[in-house]
Ligand binder design. Structure first.
Ligand code: NDP
Length: 491
């Protein structure tokens, strides 16, 4: 895979290689603080090499039949399954997430992404329209691959989100230059090896590692990348749009979220409570879909707080390798410092820490220097507090109460984000009305993160532009042409 297990190299034109500059970025295990691997620090010259490899490979790949592409992508999915243990362990080392979570969520979903798009391209339907006025004609739409595309993904669900972009891009016949986050890049390199073994031609998938401001920027700015699919923070998304938009590139931006969880007066808390805890703290709260703002009807607040606090305080935070750990470490000490600063800000604004707010009291010696934080509940911050308005992306939730359900919608919509929302109620008419009024790309009713890969995935407002998933992704990674055939005089 890498030249040595301690180095993560680029994958360009079918081979692993260092940067032309031979520069490296050190990375430590965030749960232990121990040195982990060196990551190749790619620059524009490395991206240019990858673009050259794409130019050589894309035409032939784009011309293969959907059945042939499907066959190779299904083999990649099988290859991911076969390496479940190694991939999960690597994800755990890179991110600090519990090994059990990487095994049950991240890696199976990466394989599912490949299977989904491998089979989706076998069942595509086309558009055609019979036109009668002013003249008899048949309009139909053909789709071709965009060509070379850039895919940039974050560190929180590394292989899961990387493959969510790569799989549809490859399925649609494109060549890809991809960059995972330099904080969690290793499984992307392992995937390249799996893809090569599955028969993906050299140059079709290229991975350039490095910093966002260097390798990431170079991918976005390269004239050959005609579409950019990006998942990450809202500020980074704006910077990317600033480069790509004047070059008239296609852009898909999946950005931050500050997702409300609304607990209506009639919510069934027995069913809801375990899911609310999971939605708040899964992956240490580092999922763009996490329900980080809990809004509770005032008649249920006392009961909610009692049950919620008991469950949250009982969550076990510790060594990601320990099967008993519910939460592992955050992704880095720097990120931990940002998260704790947001908690302090919330307290200054008037919120009360009900539980958490500090590292766990006892940690095994192996992880004593890790980036750990106990799950934290901030009660009753004002709506304009930064801890309500801005994404914290850590194990921190705010709890606010509301009087009327219309107030809940107003509070839910009262941030710049619009990714997801969850409603807990027994009244499905109310759920339907609220879902229509919530500014969110995804609304879950009586569930959370229940995903069907056919549905459009993405956010409104500052949470993004465009949608991923199913047909939306395949459309993004293709260019349509409308063919209009005049049918001439009738017989
Ligand atoms: P960042 O925006 O910091 O980084 C995301 C990716 O973009 C990384 O690979 C990063 O590289 C790269 N990058 C950074 N700057 C540039 C640039 N100027 N040009 C090109 N690429 C660049 O996000 P994080 O990695 O910190 O991820 C957390 C964020 O991702 C959260 O805001 C979260 O909400 C969001 N997210 C959104 C999801 C969604 O579907 N809406 C899903 C998951 C996460 P590097 O890391 O090497 O700097």
């Amino acid at each position: 895979m890498h030249a040595s297990p301690t180095q993560v190299q680029h994958f360009i034109g079918g081979s692993f290689c260092p940067s032309e500059s031979d520069a490296w970025i050190p990375r430590e295990n965030p749960a232990t603080g121990a040195p982990l691997r060196s990551i190749a620090r790619g620059q524009s010259e490395d991206v240019a090499r990858a673009a050259g490899a794409c130019a050589k490979a894309q035409k032939a790949w784009g011309a293969t039949s959907p059945a042939e592409r499907s066959r190779i992508l299904l083999q990649i999915a099988d290859g991911i399954d076969a390496q479940l243990d190694a991939l999960a362990m690597t994800e755990c080392e890179d991110t600090g997430k519990p090994l059990s979570l990487a095994r049950s969520l991240d890696i199976p979903r990466a394989a599912a992404n490949f299977r989904f798009f491998a089979t989706a391209i076998l069942h595509e339907t086309g558009e055609s329209y019979r036109t009668e006025v002013p003249q008899d004609a048949l309009n139909y739409v053909t789709r071709r691959p965009v060509g070379t595309v850039g895919c940039i993904s974050p560190w929180n669900l590394p292989l899961y989100l990387f493959t969510w972009k790569i799989a549809p891009a490859l399925a649609a016949g494109n060549a890809v230059i991809a960059k995972p986050s330099e904080l969690a890049p290793t499984t992307a390199s392992m995937l390249c090896e799996i893809a090569a073994r599955a028969g993906l031609p050299a140059g079709v998938l290229n991975v350039v590692h490095g910093l966002g401001s260097e390798a990431g920027h170079a991918i976005v700015a390269h004239p050959q990348t005609k579409a950019i699919s990006f998942t990450g923070g809202t500020t980074t998304g704006a910077a990317i749009a600033g480069v790509a938009a004047p070059m008239f590139k296609k852009l898909s931006l999946e950005l931050g979220g500050k997702n409300p969880t609304i607990i209506c007066a009639d919510a069934d808390l027995t069913v809801a409570m375990p899911e609310i805890v999971r939605s708040a703290f899964l992956n240490q709260g580092q999922i763009c879909l996490c329900g980080s703002r809990i809004l509770v009807h005032k008649t249920r607040l006392a009961e909610f707080m009692e049950q919620f606090t008991a469950l949250v305080s009982a969550l076990r935070v510790g060594d990601p390798l320990d099967a008993e750990s519910d939460l592992g470490s955050l992704v880095s000490m720097e990120h931990l410092a940002k998260v704790t600063a947001m908690i302090a800000r919330g307290v200054k604004d008037g919120a009360k820490i009900v539980t958490g707010g500090a590292p766990p009291a006892r940690l095994a010696s192996r992880v004593a220097k890790g980036a750990f934080l106990s799950p934290t509940v901030l009660l009753a911050p004002p709506q304009d507090s930064q801890c309500v308005q801005e994404e914290i992306f850590g194990p921190v939730v705010t709890v606010q109460s509301f009087d009327r359900h219309a107030d809940a919608v107003r509070m839910a919509n009262g941030t710049r984000y619009g990714l997801a929302a969850t409603i807990w109620t027994r009244d499905l008419s109310r759920a339907h009305r609220m879902a229509g009024a919530l500014e969110a790309g995804i609304v879950w009713v009586n569930c959370w993160m229940l995903r069907d890969l056919r549905t459009p995935f993405g956010g409104m407002k500052d949470s993004g532009v465009g949608r991923e998933g199913g047909t939306e992704a395949l459309r993004f990674f293709t260019e349509p042409t409308n063919v209009c055939i005049a049918l001439g005089a009738r017989l």
